[in-house]
Design a protein around this ligand. Structure first.
Ligand code: SAH
Ligand code: SF4
Ligand code: F3S
Length: 444
């Protein structure tokens, strides 16, 4: 029997990227506005699985998560599958998992309350429309308390069609949210307690719009406007595409003090042959030139990247070129993945698929290089003074945890509060975090 009782409590479980987390927050707000209460434990009346499709076994994972929601007495909560797996495999989920009552794609979740009504009437509902009038206009305004750091989706979707990637199919075409709506949402986030906002998009630096006077602007113009919000201390953005790093955005790193010195710029491979097969629209050389320009604008910038090892046809020499690129950039951190064959993408049927042992071995070597550079970057920060935005208490009594401008995790002992910017000196460096000493500022 499916549950027909009006759900009182709900839980949203996020499995994906930062935009998936943002969507999870918006669904949470929507359900609260609909009269439900957020539950902490796993006994919620309604469970929303906010799924991710980017790499292997995504769908299998969803089925096992669904199975795990069955309670000891055999009953199940109302289950909604949302997110990118819902978009890609909605019909199969409905066919294979009778416990699922709702399937809702990433561009349709503003309709969750109506769907809930239908589900309670006994129907199983799927909504994977990608309406051109976006969900954003229909979502209720943000009004929950925010932590010191908040996400704000400014751009969605992707038109780039890298040959390995499902995002253009799960998120749809690129759209930019309008300037006024973003300023308004940012203002609300700040009023709700946010000190730092990270602007999100699958290709965030492809954002374009018009400012208050109708003049065309890019992401740098948006950042400049947000920097004018008095209580907003820090601005970040992710993920950028190398081909969309405009001169204006690079210059913004030199000119806007609130824009943090950190850039996540995925390259995927250091081999031009592989980049071409991936349909990345940049070369190794153009990528390195972009990095040079960014460093000229902001010499202390911390760089981050994404890498895929074992793309079909990747030879040992292609891989060696990736290691060489890593050596020449000196990343502060990076994400690396084994190539994962995604159904429906061109790379899934390319010749030269790489054996699992080779994927493992290359990933290990690449991660060793990244870890080495990450530690070197952290050690290079020793002795620096900077501000840390306090996010939460640390493990030890009196200890606080926050982020440096370069997105390093920093812990320190001092009297502080969450949301405060504390001046520190970085004193000890490990591969994943730093220790600091709070600096007593002389008051004038
Ligand atoms: N739009 C961003 C990244 C989106 S996905 C960009 O283009 O940079 C995040 C990362 O997941 C990608 O950068 C890539 O490194 C990885 N990824 C995407 N599809 C993958 C696949 N099929 N196999 C392995 N890694 C993948
Ligand atoms: Fe995927 Fe490429 Fe688009 Fe990034 S740019 S989301 S990797 S298709
Ligand atoms: Fe995953 Fe969708 Fe994000 S596939 S990485 S949740 S855009």
């Amino acid at each position: 029997m499916h549950p027909t009782r009006l759900p009182q409590t709900f839980k949203v479980k996020n499995f994906g990227c930062q935009m998936n987390v943002y969507d999870g927050e918006r669904m949470t707000e929507l359900l609260i506005a609909d009269g439900l209460a957020a539950a902490d434990g796993d006994d919620a009346d309604l469970v929303v699985l906010n799924t991710c499709h980017i790499r292997e076994k995504a769908a299998e994972k969803v089925y096992s998560d669904i199975g795990r929601l069955r309670r000891e007495d055999g009953s199940v909560p109302l289950i909604a599958v949302a997110g990118c797996v819902a978009q890609a495999e909605g019909e199969e989920i409905m066919a294979r998992a009778p416990a699922v009552r709702m399937v809702v794609g990433p561009q349709a979740y503003h309709r969750l309350p109506q769907m809930l009504g239908e589900a309670l009437a006994g129907r199983r509902v799927t909504d994977t429309d990608m309406p051109s009038a976006t969900k954003f206009a229909e979502l209720p305004p943000r009004r929950r308390r925010s932590g010191p750091t908040a996400f704000l989706t400014v751009q969605e979707g992707c038109d780039k069609f890298c040959t390995y990637c499902v995002v253009p199919y799960t998120r749809g075409a690129e759209i930019s949210r309008p300037f006024g709506a973003l300023l308004d949402e940012a203002q609300r986030l700040v009023e709700a307690g946010a000190r730092e906002i990270t602007l999100l998009g699958q290709n965030v630096n492809a954002w374009s719009g018009e400012d208050g006077r109708g003049r065309p602007i890019g992401l740098d113009g948006l950042i400049r406007a947000l920097a004018g919000l008095p209580d907003l201390a820090r601005i970040r953005y992710t993920t950028s595409h190398p081909s969309d790093m405009s001169e204006g955005l690079i210059a913004a790193h030199a000119e806007i003090a609130k824009l943090m010195p950190f850039l996540h710029l995925p390259v995927q491979s250091g081999s031009d042959g592989i980049l071409k097969a991936m349909n990345r629209s940049h070369t190794t050389e153009s990528y390195l030139r972009t990095i040079e320009r960014v460093r000229a604008a902001r010499p202390d910038i911390a760089l981050s990247g994404d890498f895929i090892v074992g793309f079909p046809g990747e030879s040992e020499s292609d891989f060696a070129q990736t290691l060489k690129l890593i050596d020449s950039v000196g990343y502060a951190q990076a994400f690396s993945f084994k190539f994962s064959s995604r159904p429906g993408t061109p790379a899934a049927v390319m010749d030269g698929q790489i054996a699992p042992e080779v994927l493992d071995e290359r990933l290990k070597r690449l991660q060793a290089a990244i870890n080495r550079d990450q530690l070197a970057f952290n050690q290079g920060s020793l002795g620096k003074r900077c501000k840390v935005l306090v996010e939460r208490r640390g493990k030890r009594p009196g200890q606080w945890l926050g982020k440096s401008p370069w997105l390093q995790s920093v812990h320190f002992e001092s009297a502080a509060t969450v949301g405060e910017l504390v001046e520190v000196e970085l004193t000890e460096a490990g591969p994943n975090s730093l220790h600091a000493r709070a600096v007593e500022l002389a008051t004038a």
